[in-house]
Design a protein around this ligand. Structure first.
Ligand code: GAF
Length: 384
């Protein structure tokens, strides 16, 4: 949908013109999974897929939300009655942002919002973060709040953690708010220090495929929270603030100290080795050795599958099939239990790999997967 069409539909819905149109992207994570609530490292990049919102302020305390992608009329809420809720309806994300802004002391007195999104939902590509960040950016600008990207991301995480009730880390919101075209974002989730790492696969004759297994994942099903609690238990048993504080070369000693806490040992091993993998990928990319990140991605998948235990047969099948068909590297990406896998491949092999994965899914009786080539794209911005 064009900006003009979105604005036109806004006028039909709300009988006035929007004050502006904003976009925020979904993301794919190259490496660094489940490290973001352990004060660790992550390395996502923004997708070209975005949530686009036409927005106008209101002064009467009313928040009206409408999505072109969902049946039905606008949902009307009162900003002073917003309170944490546990349903996962799409309106919880923008409403949660308004709630978080007001909790932080910003005098947001209402808004009319009409939006549409090309970010696949339930595919582990951060459609919820895109929805939060586009709302936050629009309201930040319209109300003149002057909140910078990283702070905007923190506010959106608060909406997700406290209003929606999903115990996520800071990666997705930061990726949507702060990524830049042609780069992956190396983020230290402890102090939120960022580095934009050039990531231009096309220039090297390579591609990064995203394969959506179409197994819907959900953060609220409890498994994500269980992993998080297990990591926190590990940090407590080891006497550190967060698992980030366990150095890679101290891992064996740390595992020994955990004795027969088998499950915690596995979680700790994943987090410590995953942080190390992010650092390795950063060094390899800096050295221009892009193909060498393939085996690091593969190790990441094995660690998520066997230690963190958040893969599923469909994700494993994408990874195994892609590697057998000549991929340079492959792994599941995002929160796990479904969603998407990424496949790093030579451009010339993409069709063969895509076909092999489709055939393997058909042979296994799985739903047909959906694949696309991911190009590192811009973060949240005003469109008009
Ligand atoms: C989800 C969460 F929202 C992120 O914070 C992160 O933990 C990710 O899963 C796993 O790396 O996307």
């Amino acid at each position: 949908m064009s900006i003009a069409e979105l604005a036109e539909r806004f006028e039909e819905l709300y009988a006035r013109a929007p004050e502006g149109v904003w976009a925020a992207p979904g993301r794919v994570n190259l490496i660094g999974e489940h490290t973001d609530y352990n004060d660790g490292f992550v390395m996502p990049f923004a997708l070209p897929h975005t949530t686009v919102a036409a927005v106008a302020r209101r002064e009467d305390g009313v928040l009206r939300l409408h999505s072109a992608d969902v049946e039905g009329g606008a949902v009307e809420l009162r900003v002073d009655e917003l309170a944490p809720r546990s349903d996962q309806d799409w309106t919880a994300y923008p409403a949660g942002v308004v709630w978080a802004l007001r909790e932080a002391g910003h005098a947001v007195t209402g808004a009319d919002i009409h939006l549409t999104s090309t970010v696949p939902t339930g595919a582990g590509l951060s459609s919820s973060a895109a929805l939060e960040v586009v709302t936050a950016l629009a309201l930040d600008e319209l109300y003149g709040l002057g909140i910078e990207g990283p702070q905007l991301a923190l506010l959106c995480r608060r909406a997700e953690n406290e209003y929606v009730g999903a115990p996520t880390g800071i990666m997705d919101q930061t990726a949507s708010a702060c990524c830049t075209d042609g780069h992956a974002l190396f983020l230290d989730t402890r102090d939120l220090a960022q580095r934009q790492i050039p990531f231009d696969l096309a220039a090297e004759g390579m591609r990064l495929l995203v394969v959506d297994t179409r197994v819907k994942h959900s953060h609220s099903n409890g498994e994500y929270g269980k992993r998080r609690a297990g990591c926190e238990k590990g940090a407590a048993l080891l006497g550190v603030d967060a698992l980030r504080d366990v150095a890679y070369d101290e891992l064996d000693a740390a595992l020994e100290r955990l004795g027969d806490e088998e499950e915690v040992r596995r979680l700790v091993r994943h987090i410590v080795t995953e942080n190390h993998r992010v650092e390795r990928v950063v060094s390899l990319l800096k050295a221009g050795d892009t193909r060498a990140i393939g085996p690091v991605l593969n190790e990441g998948h094995v660690s998520l599958r066997d230690d963190f235990r958040i893969s599923c047969p469909e994700l494993d099948l994408v990874v195994d099939t892609a590697l057998a068909a000549g991929a340079v590297g492959a792994r599941m990406t995002g929160g796990g239990f479904g969603g998407s896998a990424i496949v790093l491949a030579e451009a010339a092999d993409v069709d063969t790999i895509t076909k092999a994965v489709e055939e393997a899914f058909a042979a296994a009786g799985f739903k047909a997967p959906r694949s696309f080539t991911a190009v590192p794209s811009a973060g949240a911005r005003r469109l008009g």
